[in-house]
Design a protein around this ligand. Sequence first.
Ligand code: CUA
Length: 326
Amino acid sequence: MLGWLLAPVTKEGGGGGGFWLPESASSVSGETDWMFTFIFIPTAIAFLGIVATTVYFMIKYRRRSEGQRTSPIEGNTRVELAWTVIPGIFFFLFFLFGFQGWMKINAPPSEAIDVRVGAKKWSWEFTYPKDGIESGELVVPIGQSVKLTMSSEDVIHSFFIPAFRIKRDVLPNRYTVLWFTGEKKGTFDIYCTEYCGDGHSKMVSRVKVVSAAEYKKWVDSGGGLGDLPPAEFGKKLFAIKGCNQCHSVTKERMGLTGPPFGGAYGKMEQLTDGTTVKIDDNYIRESIMKPNKQVVKGYQPVMPTFAGKLKSRQINALIDYIKSLK
Ligand code: CUA
C-alpha cells in the first residue's frame, strides 16, 4: 500500500507516475517529490491527530447534566512545550530542505545549453542562439543541463513542464530563468499555467529528450527545418510561430480568432472599412507585418505584428503554404 502511494518518489518507482504525482523525468523532480512527501506526511499525521483529539475531548468532556460545570484548566508546561518544539523542528527542516532546493533550481550550471524561450499569445518558441535554430518544440539531449531564458511579447504567461517539476512565470520586459536536466528519454508536455486569454488552453508544446547522437543530428539539420521545400517549410513555421492558434487551414473558421486560410488565396475579401481586397502575396505579407491595417470583416484587430520576427525567406514560405491550402 505505502509502496504504491510513494511509488513516484522512490528511485525504482520513478516510472510513469503513480497515484499522487505525474511521471518524474528531470534532475530536480525526484527531490521535489521527496520534499512534497516530507511536508505532506507529517502535516497529514498532525491533522488526523488534531481531529481525533478534538472528537475524543468533545465526547469525554461533554456536559452530562444541566447543572454540571467543568473546572478550568491552568495549563500544562510539558504538553505546551511538546506542541511548540516538535512542530518547530519540522518547520525548521521544511525551511532548510526547501531553501536548499530553491537555491539549486536558481543556479543553472555553467555548462548548460542556452535556449531562449519566447512566449506570446498563444504559442511557445524556442531559440538556440549558438546553433541558430528556431523551433516550436524544445529538443534536448539526455543528461545535459539546459538553461531557459524566458520572456513574453505580450502578457504574463507561465512555463510549466509537469514531468520535470519546473514552473516559472514568463513576463514581458523582464527575463526569468529556469534550468533542468532531462534524465529520461521521451516526450513530455509543456503547458502555459497563467491565464492569458482566449487561446490559453491551447498554449501547449512539448519537450523531447533524445540521445546525444539524435540531438546532434537535429542540430545539424537546422532543427529539422534545413532544406525543406518552401511550402513544407511554411507549414512547419505555421505551427512554430503559432499561426495555427488563430487561423484554421480549412475553409471553416473552427471557432478561432482569425479568418480561415483554406481556399483563401486569390479570393476577394471584404474588409472592416468596407473596401474589398484580393488575397495575394502582397496582402498576406502586409497582414503579417501590419496585421491590423486591413482587417477582414467580422474579425477583431487583435493579431500581433511579426515585423522583425520573420525573415524574408520565412514570409515567402508562409505565403507558399497559404497558397497551397485548398
Ligand atoms: Cu499563455 Cu496562458
